[in-house]
Design a protein around this ligand. Structure first.
Ligand SMILES: [Zn+2]
Length: 119
């Protein structure tokens, strides 16, 4: 089992990560619903020229990809925070039995599977 002190440290890492991800997402996307982790990439209107339009579309499709990546990370982080609250943090979500090694959690606090299941 993970002791309280380590759990607190990992929680701080997760909250920092959450804060960072939400800030990054806020720049390129908007929240679909308050209280949910669904984001929609912003479509920015630069201008009416064909060149502007092409740029808008390109930027939008870039943002779509980044939004999705950040959104998935945010979901992982929030999932880990929920597991902390439920007292199931550090236990593999897949086999629900194996403990996730502490070194792995330190490197990747939102990890939800043990090494065996990850493979
Ligand atoms: Zn497992």
């Amino acid at each position: 089992m993970i002791n309280e002190k380590t759990l607190g440290e990992l929680k701080n890492l997760l909250l920092e990560e959450k804060d960072k991800l939400e800030k990054e997402l806020g720049l390129i996307a908007k929240k679909e619903d308050e209280g949910k982790d669904e984001y929609e990439a912003k479509f920015e209107n630069i201008g009416r020229d064909e060149e502007d339009n092409a740029e808008e579309v390109e930027e939008y499709s870039n943002n779509l990809g980044i939004t999705e990546t950040l959104e998935n990370k945010l979901k992982e982080v929030n999932g880990a925070l929920n597991r902390m609250q439920n007292g199931t943090y550090g236990i593999c979500e897949n086999c629900e039995n194996e403990e996730i090694p502490l070194e792995r959690l330190r490197a990747y606090p939102s990890a939800s599977t043990c090494l065996k299941c990850q493979k």
